[in-house]
Design a protein. Structure first.
Length: 217
C-alpha cells in the first residue's frame, strides 16, 4: 500500500474515538431507511485500489443491502489523476450487489466538504429528502462542523453513519477487476499541480463553497 494511505489509516484509527460510532449507528438504525447515503471519494490509480476506498464501498453496500439506504451517492471528480473517483467507486459497488439505478454520482467535488455539499444538492435534485453521510469515523469527525454549517445556511438535515469496523471486517472484500477506462476524465484537475497547499487547505475547510450553487443550472 502507498505510504500516504498507511499514514492516513493510522491517523484515522487514532482519531476514531472522536465519534461514538455505536451510538450514531444505533440512531441511524432507528431512523432508517434513508433515501440516500453520501459516500466521499478516494483517489484511484492503476493498480491502486486502496484499503480506504474498499472500506467506504463495503460499508455503503452493507447499508444498502440491509435496507438502511435506498440509494447511494458517490462523490468525487478526477481530482489527483485522470480517474473520476465517484465513477470508480460506483463500478466496484455494483459488484457488491448495488443496482445501477440506485447509484447517483457527483463529479464536482474536490474536497471532503464539497463531497457533502454537492452530494446534498444531487439528493435534492432527485427528490431524495432523508440523507446521511456514510464514511469512516475520522472523516465523519472532520465533517461534523461543516454539516452543522450546512444546516444553518441551507436547512440541510444530514445524519451520520460512521463505519463500524467490527462489522466491516466480516464483509467480503474480493473485488473483481474493473474497466477503469470508463471513468477517465479527459480534463482531470490534478490539484497537486493546479492548487497550492494553502488553497487546498481552504478547500478542505469549505472556504471555496458557493453557497448560491444551483444544481439545476
Amino acid at each position: 500500500m502507498d505510504m500516504k494511505w498507511i499514514i492516513y489509516l493510522v491517523v484515522m484509527v487514532s482519531l476514531a474515538a472522536c465519534v461514538n460510532t455505536g451510538r450514531l449507528y444505533t440512531k441511524a438504525q432507528e431512523e432508517a431507511p434513508y433515501d440516500a447515503i453520501i459516500v466521499p471519494g478516494v483517489p484511484y490509480g492503476d493498480d491502486n485500489f486502496s484499503d480506504v476506498m474498499s472500506l467506504r464501498i463495503r460499508w455503503a453496500a452493507f447499508l444498502y443491502r440491509t435496507g438502511m439506504a435506498k440509494n447511494i451517492i458517490f462523490s468525487g471528480g478526477a481530482v489527483y489523476n485522470e480517474y473520476t473517483e465517484s465513477k470508480i467507486m460506483a463500478m466496484y459497488a455494483e459488484q457488491l450487489g448495488v443496482k445501477p439505478e440506485h447509484i447517483l454520482i457527483d463529479t464536482l467535488a474536490e474536497h471532503s466538504t464539497e463531497n457533502l455539499f454537492y452530494s446534498w444538492h444531487v439528493a435534492r435534485a432527485n427528490g431524495l429528502d432523508r440523507v446521511a453521510l456514510a464514511t469512516d469515523p475520522f472523516q465523519t469527525a472532520m465533517l461534523r462542523s461543516f454539516k452543522r454549517k450546512m444546516k444553518r445556511r441551507l436547512g440541510a438535515n444530514i445524519d451520520l453513519i460512521p463505519t463500524v469496523f467490527d462489522t466491516v471486517r466480516k464483509l467480503p472484500r474480493d473485488f473483481q477487476e474493473i474497466d477503469a477506462t470508463q471513468a477517465i476524465d479527459p480534463t482531470p484537475a490534478d490539484i497537486d499541480d493546479t492548487q497550492t497547499k494553502a488553497f487546498r487547505w481552504k478547500g478542505t475547510m469549505g472556504w471555496h463553497i458557493d453557497w448560491n450553487f444551483n444544481q439545476d443550472k
